[in-house]
Design a protein around this ligand. Sequence first.
Ligand code: T3D
Length: 262
Amino acid sequence: MDYQFVLREVDGGVLTLTMNRPEVLNSCNRRMVAELRDAIEGAASDETIRAVLLTGAGRAFCAGQDLAEAVPPDGSAAPDLGAVVEGYNALILGMRRLEKPVLAAVNGVAAGAGANIALACDIVVAAETASFMQAFIKIGLIPDNGGTYVLPRLVGVARAAALMMLGDRVSAQQARDWGMIYETVAPPLLTDHCRELARRMAAQPTHALGLIKRALNASYGNDLPAQLALEAALQRDAGRTADYTEGVRAFQAKRPPTFRGR
Ligand code: T3D
C-alpha cells in the first residue's frame, strides 16, 4: 500500500508510525485509518520489526475522526458511521492482537478516536503539554475505538463516566496521576525518550513481550483460575525460547544478554 497520511520508518527494530495531517491535527480520514491498519498488519509478519512507536506530526497527536469527512461541509452524502467505526475496530483489534509492544508518544492533544487509539497502545507516554479528551459527546456521539472498554478499567467507572459524559479535556499530568497513561515528559524530550524506550523494548526478549500482551488482553475477561492456567501455558512457551536460555546463561556468566526475539 502507498502511504499518503502516515509516515513509516524502520530503524533498529522499531517501526515508527507518524500520523501526518498536521493542518487538521492529524484527524483520521478513512485512508489514514486504512494505512495504520496496513502498517500494523505488516509489523505482525515482519520479523525485523520488534516494537512499534506511534506519534503525530505537528502540535497534535490526533483529533479523532475527520469531521469534514464525517459530515461533508458541501452537503454531499455522509458515510455510514457503522462502517467508519468498523474500520477503527479493525485497527484497535490489530494493535491489541499484535504480539509486539506498541508505544504511543502523545505529543499534543489526543481527542475522540485519537484518545482511544493512544489508550489502545501498550505503553503511553505523553508530553507534559499534551491532553486527552473524550470529545465524542460534544458532537452527539458515544466513545468508540474501545474507549468504553479500556477507560473504566484504567481510571475506574466514576472518572470514565465523567470524562465521557462531560467531554472535558484532561491534562497529561492528570491522566498520569489517574493511571490513564504511564508517564509524562518535558515536550522537548518526548521524541528521544520514546525512541529510547522503543529501542529498549526491541532489544528485549520480544517473543515474551508478545506473550505478556496476550496475558494482559486475556486478564480483562478471565477469572483467576483461568488466568493462572493461561500463565502456565504461556510460561511453557516462553521457557522454550532461545532468549530464555540466553537470559539465564548471561545472568550466570555475569554478562549482558543478547536477545533475538526467538
Ligand atoms: O464518523 C464518525 O464520526 C464516527 C467516529 C467517531 C470518532 C471520533 O473521533 S468523534 C470525535 C471527533 N473529534 C472531535 O470532535 C474533536 C474536534 N476537534 C476539537 O475539538 C479541537 O480541534 C481540539 C480540542 C482537538 C483542538 O483545539 P484547538 O483549538 O487546539 O485547534 P482547532 O483550532 O480547533 O483546530 C485546528 C485545525 O484543525 C482547525 O482547522 P482550521 O480552522 O485551522 O482550518 C480545525 O477545524 C481542524 N480540526 C481539528 N479537529 C478536527 C479538525 N478537522 C477535522 N476533523 C477534526 N476532528
